[in-house]
Design a protein around this ligand. Sequence first.
Ligand code: GLN
Length: 501
Amino acid sequence: MTEPIRLSAAAMSSALAAGELSSEELTRAHLDRIDAVDNDLNAFLHVSADLALKTARDVDARRAAGEQLAPLAGVPIAVKDVVVTEGLPTTAGSKILEGWIPPYDATLVAKLREAGLPVLGKTNMDEFAMGSSTETSAFGVTRNPWGRDRIPGGSGGGSSAAVGSFEAPLAIGTDTGGSIRQPAAVTGTVGVKPTYGSVSRYGLIAMASSLDQAGPCTRTVEDAALLHEVIAGHDPHDSTSLPDPVPNFREAARRRDVKGLRIGVIEELEGDGFAPGVSARFQESLAQLEQAGAEIVRVSCPNFQYALGAYYLILPSEASSNLAKFDGMRFGLRVVPEDHPTAEKVMAATRGEGFGFEVKRRILLGTYALSAGYYDAYYGSAQKVRTLVQRDFADAFAKVDVLASPTAPTVAFRFGEKTDDPLAMYMNDIATIPANLAGVPGISVPSGLAEDDLPAGIQFLAPAREDARLYHVGGALEALLEDAWGGSLLDRAPELTGGAR
Ligand code: GLN
């Protein structure tokens, strides 16, 4: 039998239901895997072994007693450290929150606990989810399981690395501009940014509230569908939460047949700026879908070229406001200067020491963009661009069912390659940001190996509330490619326990 940790979450769930495996065994196997590889990878900031095992034993006992359990009951999961967890440290990758233990669970964590998923621990991330490489974490970098000198993507590099290295079958990420999809692309895993409002934001440490959305990080499309069903749903604690019932995503992920499905290729997200290998895998993926009966058409979204610029005004504006609460008075770190400390001096010293460079840059940018006299020129203009991007989507979705582009412009780059050039770093999200500006859902699915034999991803986007289309087209492509490859991309990953490639 395949080693339990290498199974998909769906297969784990069947094995648990059939009594071939206990959740305690499965959870222990993952904790052992974390012990074996995480010193090297640093995907986890905190491992909650005792709590995970307790949940596992509880699920096993309930199953033995004949209780009807949720499909993913007993399947362990890792949670990005930007999501608050009662009794477990939560830092958002920042020194300013070191030592803080939240007194409550985020809604999505409460849902995980209710469904019986043992929480293995909290995963590393760029500080306050600002970045594309996990290099801005205050707690060291996370390494890409495909190459130890490579970034695992960001901001959710801990979650993508944990899933890609079989430390966890499932993880939670958050995507404000691409932080679920881009890490998935560069680690050969699957990542979904749900429709804005589909998953409650209550208990996420907010970066940009109008853009943030939590979602699944997994190894298969069906696993993402299963996890999405657990965490989605209306939440009265989040005023932007949608009232819709949760669709059957799993069924969509198993549909396969793509005959007549119209897929629009976004002209503005092709060619220049995309690595040749990434573009080639993208074209091959489209060819597979076309051969299976999908219709590939080209569409233009002319305002997407302004999306990155608008994002880097809207995001810092909202972040500068959201991060004002970290002032040394309420949470985590407090730095008290020696000479007659006033409240203001304590705040300044705490923020000076507690925040890293990228966070400070964005707070300054946002404060400037929102200041009197500049507000209309910067924040106001960015909001107008946002409307234009939304119109581009509306026009495109009048012609096609889903849109497609490469997820990230390149494969995983090396540590340090882009740290001195914020614009180069920001360009990683050129293809993912439009979805956040419009609130529409997106999925990244592995498209094959590109430059340096490293994974690349293809992204599909759907209209708001049509997340099921992503599972349909993503599941179909995954099946077609796996047939062509004779297995999953991760089967071709280097031996993940042994050193560099
Ligand atoms: N890389 C983007 C940024 O730095 C996206 C981050 C995210 O989605 N959390 O803002």
